[in-house]
Design a binder for this molecule. Structure first.
Ligand code: NAD
Length: 479
């Protein structure tokens, strides 16, 4: 099935527009490197318009009854489900992942919209007991206008998280999705428009990310900044927000450790880890990257995992036989290649992959590295690509020290048959999310987010919506 690639636009105050700058930038198909579209770049006047529209729309949207907001979000979710074939095709065209995986991302996004829609009806406050004649109440109010920044690796799923939570909480927003993958996010936005989100409530701008974030974060009407992306950019945006005393939700990079204990079901561990590792060509913040196998199971685990990696069919995302597509852009290809080359130059060995595939399209082979020294760049910088590094360990204290050594703290995983050991390791891993015997940890209804340099705040679950609210305390002395 094939669709036309649309002409991406900005969406400001209820209107599609080519913006005021007159500048456009190309969008590429990562499987062929062909230019498939041109994207308008927002100028300062467009950004001001978007912020003012969101600000004007705020009083109406925050006072819309929660049930009505819920109905609109549920309708958007239903429309997204109806349009999944076309939107999945768009994601694959501009981002590269196999169509089946694009669909999974969209289905997860639908679940999140539906969950947030309903949870918006349950933003309860509380009454604090006090002396007679005094009422003490805490109510949750929408924080206000949100500036949201979403990356290219999941161009429907990540915007779903931000849009659904903000709208369910009664906020309005200006969203800057990734310039590399505009059509998927715009198709998502169209579902909210068609579902009845009023003009100004949801605005979308693209352009120069640094100029846009600086402009939006400084705007006095913006009251919250939410960003998903790399640690350096997250730190930069957090600094801009701190200057204006604005809160932030930062969902940043990770370098997830996996501890495969001596009592693990090695075959299951290898299958599940490989299944997650190479999905989206490893371009996921929760991707398992540092695999620590106990000395007694190391050889078996390495053999099974490398064999699985070597069997993965790599190709264009549109082909039904493809299990892993290209990397999403030329920057990732160069970065992954540099990290692998550095590891090999320092003595690491590639048991699978280790190089680019072909010379057209950003294809990189599923790669398994062993004997990598601890000071290699790839053991310290987020790989964000289809590379797993396997190392052996001897005891729990040592593996925990290695797992916790990095400034990242997003996801961590443990494979063991012992509940006591699982409990102990889950408690000791310095990360926001731990998966025991599986890796499906960013799903509907549960909070997801990091500690340390992987960020703060949570997306999903009750915490996700609460992040878009502020509490107000009202104490009322009855006359
Ligand atoms: P990058 O850090 O330049 O960009 C990451 C994202 O941030 C992109 O969507 C980009 O448009 C946006 N961005 C960049 N500078 C910005 C700014 N000043 N203001 C607002 N937004 C800005 O790197 P990249 O090459 O696009 O991606 C590679 C790195 O990004 C990876 O190594 C990974 O660490 C990180 N990343 C993380 C996630 C995640 O889900 N946490 C997603 C995508 C990328």
């Amino acid at each position: 099935m094939s669709f036309a690639y649309p002409e991406p636009k900005l969406y400001i105050d209820g209107e599609w527009t080519a913006g005021s700058s007159g500048i456009t930038r190309p969008v590429f198909d990562p499987a062929t490197e062909e230019e498939i579209g041109r994207l308008p770049v927002a100028g300062a006047a467009d950004l001001d318009k978007a912020v003012m529209a969101a600000s004007r729309a705020l009083p109406g949207w925050r006072s819309t009854p929660p049930l009505k907001r819920c109905d609109i979000l549920m309708k958007a979710a239903a429309l997204l489900r109806e349009r999944i074939e076309e939107i999945a095709w768009l994601t694959t065209r501009e981002q590269g992942q196999p169509i089946a995986d694009s669909k999974v991302h969209i289905l997860r996004g639908i679940e999140i919209i539906e969950w947030d829609a309903q949870e918006g009806r349950r933003l309860y406050g509380r009454i604090i007991p006090s002396e007679p004649g005094l009422r003490q109440m805490v109510v949750r109010e929408p924080v206000g206008v949100v500036a949201a920044f979403a990356p290219w690796n999941a161009p429907v799923f990540t915007p779903c998280r931000k849009i659904a939570s903000a709208l369910a909480a009664g906020c309005t927003l200006v969203l800057k999705p990734a310039e590399e993958t505009p059509a998927s996010t715009l198709a998502l936005v169209q579902t909210f428009i068609d579902a009845g989100v009023p003009p100004g409530v949801l605005n979308v701008v693209f352009g120069d990310p640094a100029a846009i974030s600086e402009h939006l974060i400084a705007a006095p009407q913006v009251r919250l900044v939410t960003f998903t992306g790399s640690v350096p950019v997250g730190k930069h945006l957090a600094q801009l927000a701190a200057r204006e005393m604005k809160p932030t939700i930062m969902e940043l990079g990770g370098h997830a450790p996996v501890i495969i204990c001596e009592d693990a079901d090695v075959e299951t561990a290898a299958t599940r880890i490989a299944g997650t590792k190479f999905r989206n060509a490893g371009q996921a913040c929760l991707s398992p990257t540092r695999l620590y196998a106990h000395r007694s199971v190391y050889d078996r685990f390495v053999d099974q995992f490398a064999a699985l990696a070597r069997k993965i069919p790599v190709g264009p995302g549109e082909a039904a036989t493809t299990a892993m597509g290209p990397l999403a852009n030329a920057r990732r290809l160069a970065a992954v290649d540099e990290l692998v080359t550095d590891a090999v130059q320092r003595g690491g060995r590639a048991l699978a992959g280790g190089s680019r595939i072909g010379n057209t399209g950003y294809f990189y082979a599923p790669t398994v590295l062993v004997d990598v020294p601890e000071d290699a760049r790839i053991l310290n910088e987020e790989p964000f690509g289809p590379v797993a590094i396997i190392a052996r360990y001897d005891d729990e204290a040592e593996v925990l020290a290695r797992a916790n050594a990095l400034p990242y703290g997003l996801a961590g995983y443990v494979f063991t048959r012992s509940a006591a050991r699982a409990d102990k390791l889950a408690g000791a891993l310095e990360c926001g999310t731990v998966g025991i015997n599986h890796l499906v940890v960013s799903t509907v209804g549960i909070p997801f987010g990091g500690v340390k340099e992987s960020g703060h705040g949570r997306e999903g679950g009750v915490e996700g919506i609460e992040g878009y609210t502020v509490s107000k305390t009202v104490t009322h002395l009855l006359q």
